[in-house]
Design a protein around this ligand. Structure first.
Ligand code: ATP
Length: 513
């Protein structure tokens, strides 16, 4: 089996070779951490976005969707806290000239200690066999306890220093732990500095009247500033949600993991407005509901875990991440945050406008609390794509590359082939395409031997291949081949639509939630 690094390299090259993701402006040697979605990638991305939108907006009669502008009044970002606090601590290595996030260097150090714990556990499991009790082992084994204590001490010291803006101590910690530049091995570090992640730009033609703007670093604020507009015009009653998908921009210090961390990316966010005091129940509700959404795609229940935050952002009273097992380990895919009334109160203060809700049942006004679900569309794309790419050993000692995308998300639902390019077979195949394309994205291919065409569609993630042959001329039947099982069946042309629909229909998938 390929190791994780190799697997990740394969994911990146497959994404390029099959027209999913290209490096931005590649002919100019690319732009760092910026990517373009290609012909198949754009379809997959759209399908993921639709799957989210349907689950969140269409299936909830108390959630509506908006599409706010990327530019917002600059005071928005003062009010939200981004101007003052949307920073990452950066550190440079003086020898290699490489830049790092200081907190990530320390977290990576702790991850190595965690790997040592895992090793001890694996060794003990082997030694004790069936009688092994993992919980007991990790809570009593001296070495494991030692590692764990070290991790806890380091992380709590870092959290405290960051909270107190004591950047000198963050550097001291890096030096005490003797953390070296992962690339060059050098321990020659600069001081730690705070770096604001927002991109600035200007609005207006002349230098003296131009206004300083930011590209939004999250879509959420477009929802908060529209809270009352939507509530009034939509006559929404609490609890209700406002959802939105759209681009966000962050000048990330380190962005080296393909589309996992980009400087321009897309978010799918939903802010759920609730009565103060009910946030704990709603936090649990949305944790569970969002995990069910992920699991409905059948990408392996063991590939998800929650990571509850101990250090909370300034606006939150509870927060958790849904982490996914990417080729480089478990990492954040989605955040669920209980944001209290922080944002609405801040916008009230900075705008001088009341952003309250009048509750007819209680006959009183209040500032609602907010529960947020926030997922990166590109990260979801990477989760789906990397999980789907498999190398399969076949019975005849050959291998095939298959992209086992959840059928509901696949860019093309079916490919239609004439067995040969003559005898009227292409005409029938094209007629099938013309008929099916009203319902599904279908692909026509007549080049190369059929076996080769099957393999191309396997690698492209297409759930069905349909082949028209000479028998079709007699009995209006075709061969339909299933991507995952490779099973081939003879079916009537008239039945194709129903057969495909059964596997790709959003309803069939969302009903699993
Ligand atoms: P991280 O800790 O990975 O930087 P975050 O906690 O800052 O992420 P949030 O601000 O909670 O992320 O944003 C919500 C979601 O947006 C994340 O769960 C992630 O899926 C996505 N996201 C955030 N930053 C990026 C990025 N630079 N590139 C791609 N997706 C991102």
């Amino acid at each position: 089996m390929a190791n994780n690094d190799d697997q990740f390299k394969k994911v990146i090259s497959h994404a390029k070779e099959y027209g999913y993701v290209f490096q931005s402006s590649e002919i100019y040697d690319g732009l760092s951490a910026v990517y373009d979605y290609a012909q198949n990638g754009a379809e997959l991305k759209k399908n993921i976005r639709d799957y989210w939108w349907k689950a969140m907006v269409q299936m909830h009669d108390n959630i509506v969707g908006i599409d706010a502008a990327i530019f917002m009044h600059p005071t928005t970002w003062k009010a939200s806290g981004h101007v003052d606090a949307f920073n990452d601590p950066l550190i440079d290595n003086k020898d290699s000239k490489k830049r790092y996030r200081a907190d990530v260097l320390i977290e990576d150090y702790c991850a190595k200690l965690e790997a040592k714990i895992d090793k001890e556990v694996a060794k003990a499991a082997k030694r004790f066999g069936e009688a092994f009790n993992k919980d007991e082992f990790v809570s009593t084994n001296g070495r494991v306890l030692g590692y764990q204590e070290k991790i806890d001490t380091i992380l709590s010291r870092m959290a405290k220093s960051l909270e107190n803006e004591d950047l000198a101590d963050v550097k001291a910690l890096i030096e005490e732990l003797e953390i070296a530049d992962p690339l060059s091995g050098s321990k020659n570090w600069t001081d730690v500095k705070q770096f604001n992640l927002m991109f600035g730009t200007k609005l207006g033609a002349s230098a003296d009247t131009a206004m300083d703007l930011y590209l939004r670093p999250e879509t959420a604020q477009g929802i908060f500033v529209n809270f009352l507009n939507v509530q009034k015009t939509g006559r929404m009653k609490i609890p209700f949600g406002i959802a939105q998908t759209g681009k966000a921009f962050r000048n990330e210090i380190v962005a080296r993991q393909f589309i996992f961390r980009m400087r321009e990316f897309e978010q799918m966010e939903m802010q759920f407005f609730i009565k103060p005091g009910t946030q704990k129940e709603w936090f649990e509700y949305w944790k569970e509901t969002r995990l069910k959404w992920h699991k409905s795609l059948g990408m392996g229940d063991d590939n998800y875990r929650f990571h509850d935050h101990e250090k909370l952002a300034h606006y939150a009273d509870a927060a958790t991440d849904i982490e996914f097992k990417f080729p480089f380990g478990f990492k954040e895919l989605e955040g669920i945050h209980s944001r209290t009334d922080f944002d609405l109160k801040q916008h009230e203060e900075y705008s001088g406008k009341k952003l309250q809700y009048f509750d007819h049942e209680d006959n009183a006004s209040y500032t609602p609390y907010v529960l947020e679900t926030s997922i990166g569309l590109d990260r979801m794309f990477l989760a789906v794509f990397s999980n789907a790419l498999v190398e399969e050993e076949l019975d005849n000692n050959t291998t095939r590359t298959v992209l086992k995308l959840p059928a509901v998300l696949a860019p093309f639902k079916a490919a239609v082939f004439p067995l040969v390019k003559k005898d009227g077979l292409p005409e029938i195949a094209k007629k099938i395409v013309d008929d099916l394309k009203w319902d599904f994205n279908v692909f026509y291919d007549e080049k190369d031997a059929v076996g080769k065409r099957y393999r191309r569609q396997d690698a492209n993630g297409t759930p069905f291949c349909i082949t028209v042959d000479h028998d079709t001329l007699e009995d209006n039947s075709v061969t339909i081949r299933h991507r995952d099982t490779m099973e081939q069946k003879r079916v009537k042309i008239d039945d194709l639509r129903d057969i495909i629909k059964k596997e790709v229909d959003v309803k069939e998938w969302l009903m699993r939630m």
